[in-house]
Design a protein around this ligand. Structure first.
Ligand SMILES: [Ca+2]
Ligand SMILES: [Ca+2]
Ligand SMILES: [Ca+2]
Length: 462
């Protein structure tokens, strides 16, 4: 997958309106409070350059401004849209561009605003305030003075010494001739960079999705309308809808658009053997289906031939993908197992054991819950509150994301309300799960290949 490919998708953009407030800003005006203003910059993905997007009004005499002017941006869920907010104190009596003190800045991605609780996020301004003291053994250290700086200014010290004037506000007020209380020189500055999901994908890490579908009897007889697998010429079953919607989302991230697809918990013809991982296309040698259309086709074909049975075992299919993931530890391949289920699990103990074992592998699991169940077991496997453990051993990383599909469809169950929201939640934990694997294995992203390089070899399929 290449990033530019993903961004060329014609997912309709959502307009996001951003309102900015600040609290406890530095007071830099001598006789009154600061007059703050915020300038928003957006980062170009191609050049990484920051460009001014707009600015708020200036509010006089406050350290806690609630700005009225809003920023309206286009939101693309599959892009990381980096934003930078610079806060200035404007001396409103003079020319704005000439006289403004920098109060600090905050970085965040637009997705974080949307993902924040109540679509609200708080960030400390990265202005760094440094107090300088004369150290006393008895603890009564004497304040010498202070200065402020910012990340941007600190980073200049990578090439040059930076000298800061240490100022004591009290002395500054009292003495007319006061210059400073000494200087501090920054001799060196270094940054440990954190790589992003996109850095790895650009560097050639391939995502491989495997699909597994619950064919157990708890889903109901496919010939009856109450079944989650109901075969009707007029509308998609709950499973088909979930598979189609989620499949379309993950399809763009899969490197070769080939999906090994399995069913579990069915009785197979002719002899009626119960299987917990049968290829939907009935081809043991090559379970790959071409695109999500191919998976859907094989799913319908299987529904007509197998008998829904039980019990519901997740562990076999998890272990199957884990075996493929275990063969590759250089960060070039990352596996994602998508399980679509009604959540009535019979092998919770074995599944937890399988997850704990898989947590050391380049692998994630997305569980999509179909139907009206409570899904407590699925939430437990998601492990967001309590890390999954088995026999006293905790999973090394959280590798599971659970999404209850009913939260994204209308009352009739026939229509996905927001593909963007579903996509965001389905993919929500993948970037961090991939990064946590790379971090713990100390794998750095490779430099992106030149634009017209030959395609990378096909990944190994489980
Ligand atoms: Ca694939
Ligand atoms: Ca999780
Ligand atoms: Ca989760």
């Amino acid at each position: 997958m290449s990033l530019s490919g993903a961004s060329e998708r014609s997912v309709p953009a959502t307009k996001i309106e951003i309102t900015v407030s600040c609290r406890n800003l530095l007071d830099l005006d001598t006789f009154s409070k600061s007059d703050p203003m915020v300038v928003l910059y957006t980062q170009s993905r191609a050049s990484q350059e920051w460009r001014e997007f707009g600015r708020t009004e200036v509010i006089d005499n406050t350290l806690n401004p609630d700005f009225v002017r809003k920023f309206v941006l286009d939101y693309f869920f599959e892009e990381k849209q980096n934003l930078r907010f610079d806060v200035y104190n404007v001396d409103s009596k003079t020319n704005i561009s000439k006289t403004k003190d920098f109060l600090g800045q905050a970085f965040l991605a637009l997705g974080e605003v949307i993902g924040g609780q109540g679509s609200r996020v708080e960030r400390p301004l990265t202005t760094v305030k440094i107090d300088v003291y004369d150290w006393d053994r008895d603890g009564s250290h004497d304040f010498i003075g202070e200065f402020t700086t910012s990340y941007r200014e600190l980073s200049k010290a990578q090439n040059q010494f930076t000298v800061y004037e240490v100022l004591n506000p009290r002395k500054k007020c009292k003495k007319k001739k006061y210059v400073n209380s000494g200087t501090v020189t920054l001799l060196s500055f270094s940054v440990d960079s954190e790589f992003t999901f996109v850095d790895y994908i650009k560097g050639g890490t391939q995502l491989n999705f495997t699909v597994a579908i619950d064919f157990t009897a708890s889903n109901g007889n496919p010939l009856q309308p109450t079944s989650l697998h109901y075969m009707s010429p007029y509308q998609l079953s709950a499973y088909a809808m979930a598979l189609k919607a989620v499949g379309e989302i993950i399809q763009d991230y899969d490197s070769d658009k080939l999906f090994p697809a399995y069913g579990f918990g069915a009785k197979l013809p002719p002899e009626g053997r119960i299987s917990h991982q049968f290829p939907l296309n009935n081809n043991d040698e090559d379970p790959n289906c071409a695109g999500i259309e191919g998976v859907l086709e094989s799913y319908f074909q299987s529904l007509r031939t197998v008998q829904l049975y039980g019990p519901t075992y997740f562990a076999p299919v998890i272990n199957q993908v884990a075996r493929a993931a275990a063969k590759i530890s250089d960060g070039s391949q990352y596996y994602v197992l998508l399980i679509i289920t009604d959540g009535v699990i019979s092998d919770m103990t074995q599944t937890k054991e399988a997850i704990v074992s898989a947590s050391s592998l380049p692998m994630s699991i997305i569980i999509v819950g179909v139907g009206p169940a409570m899904f407590e077991a699925m939430e437990e496997l998601d492990g967001d509150d309590v890390r999954v453990s088995s026999r006293g051993r905790y999973a090394e990383r959280d590798i599971v994301q659970f999404v209850p599909f009913r939260d994204y469809v209308d009352r009739s169950g026939n229509q996905v309300l927001s593909m963007a929201r579903l996509a965001k939640d389905v993919l929500a934990e993948i970037p961090e799960q991939l990064l946590s694997y790379m971090r713990t294995r100390d794998i750095q992203p490779r430099p992106p290949p030149p634009a017209n390089s030959s395609p990378t070899p096909a990944p190994e399929q489980p």
